[in-house]
Design a protein around this ligand. Structure first.
Ligand code: FNR
Length: 366
């Protein structure tokens, strides 16, 4: 794995290896993919302002999320159907998170079950990503299984009344390969991702089974059926962040779903400051995902108030090139880049990274 020196190296290798339907499914954003590009460009518009002669012998990347320590401020976001990337899929991804002492988030629509992941990576910090199904018994069952299996939080995805239009999936008439199933379900719910002939089978699945009538009341309902902390995943506005907190969420994940839902929404690093500001009076953590591909991206998000960042596609690329070892390599590239950034910027620990460490490029080009 040493030949991969950047996340981009891993991505390029993965794109060579993956079969077209999986490759297109993993890399696509919504419609024209403007936000997909912006998620990355917006990081580049921020400049780091290093401090000199600080004394950085005590460099330490550790932080905590919801009370549990992680070895670096980068965790793994939920992405569906990981066995299309590698035969061990979610199990390899969770084992990598366990080995690197960070968080793994399992998707509701995974190709490995809650129980299989718990068994494969008993010591990983595991969060469960929840989609609320029309059938509340199905939903309740997922939550209680995650609790029983030792998952530490529910990441409730709030940006998905239906799936966005991903044109490549429509063209490919995306379906789950026949040897795979949605492992958290039995029977029809586990195999129903079949194209109806007119487009993506995944969109049809979601339109038939996910509840698009959801409101903040369902978050309160979820709060009433679980003792686990709830993270609202997919928030892009200050007022929604406050509604999430008022409905009982313990944390906010600023996310645009990897730019896969609605094109034209802000890059997540652009949306982060207003959300951090809005929830300042409350005791909640704020995280970010979307377009993070270097240690300096992570650093900029921390400076603007994220407690941690998460990565979706980089883990899929790591899985594709080397299963567990590939994901570990991906995390260790972030670790190395962060160690360099923390030290050269003159902020050796997470607590040292204050808002003044970054500035928007426009401040330099007046
Ligand atoms: C996702 N994402 C996602 N989110 C979620 O809540 N449940 C899911 O099942 C999935 N599935 C999924 C599949 C694929 C292929 C991608 C790329 C993304 C969104 C994901 O959790 C995360 O928000 C983004 O991936 C973050 O952006 P980056 O790191 O991929 O740029």
């Amino acid at each position: 794995m040493d030949k991969y020196v950047s996340i981009k190296d891993i991505e390029e290798a993965a794109l060579q290896i993956l079969p077209k339907p999986a490759r297109d499914y993993y890399k696509s954003g919504a419609t024209d993919e403007q936000t997909l590009v912006e998620n990355k460009l917006a990081f580049q518009r921020l400049r780091i302002r290093p401090k000199c002669l600080i004394g950085v012998g005590n460099c330490d990347l550790r932080t905590s999320a919801l009370g549990l320590e992680v070895s670096l401020p980068v965790g793994i976001s939920p992405t569906a159907m990981q066995r299309m990337a590698h035969p061990d899929g979610e199990l390899a991804n969770a084992r990598a998170a366990q080995a690197e002492r960070t968080i793994f988030t399992l998707s509701t629509i995974a190709t490995s079950s809650i129980e299989e992941v718990a068994e494969a990576a008993p010591d990983a910090i595991k969060w469960f990503q929840l989609y609320i199904y029309n059938d509340r018994e199905v939903t309740k069952n997922l939550v209680s299984r995650a609790e029983k299996a030792g998952f530490k939080a529910i990441a409730l995805t709030v940006d998905t009344p239906l799936f966005g239009i991903r044109r490549a999936d429509v063209r490919n008439k995306f379906t789950l390969p026949p040897h795979l199933r949605l492992a958290n379900f039995e029977g029809i719910l586990s195999t129903k991702i079949q194209s109806t002939g007119s487009g993506s089978g995944l969109n049809t699945y979601v339109e038939n089974l996910f509840d698009k009538t959801l409101t903040w009341d369902e978050v309160k309902w979820l709060r009433s059926i679980t003792t686990l902390p709830i993270i609202a995943k997919g928030i892009l506005r200050a007022d929604d962040a406050i509604k999430a907190v008022e409905a009982g969420c313990s944390a906010i994940l600023v996310s645009n779903h990897g730019a896969r839902q609605l094109d034209g929404v802000p890059a997540t690093i652009e949306a982060l400051p207003e959300i951090v500001e809005a929830v300042r009076p409350y005791n909640v953590e704020v995280y970010l995902d979307g377009g993070v591909s270097t240690g300096t991206d992570v650093y900029k998000a921390l400076a603007l108030g994220a407690r941690m960042v998460f990565v979706g596609r980089p883990a899929l690329w790591g899985l594709s090139v080397g299963g567990q070892a590939g994901v570990q390599r991906m995390l260790n590239i972030f670790r190395t880049e962060l160690e360099y950034t923390f030290q050269i910027a003159g902020t050796p620990t997470v607590a040292d990274i204050t808002k003044d460490m970054v500035r928007h490029e426009s401040m330099y080009c007046k």
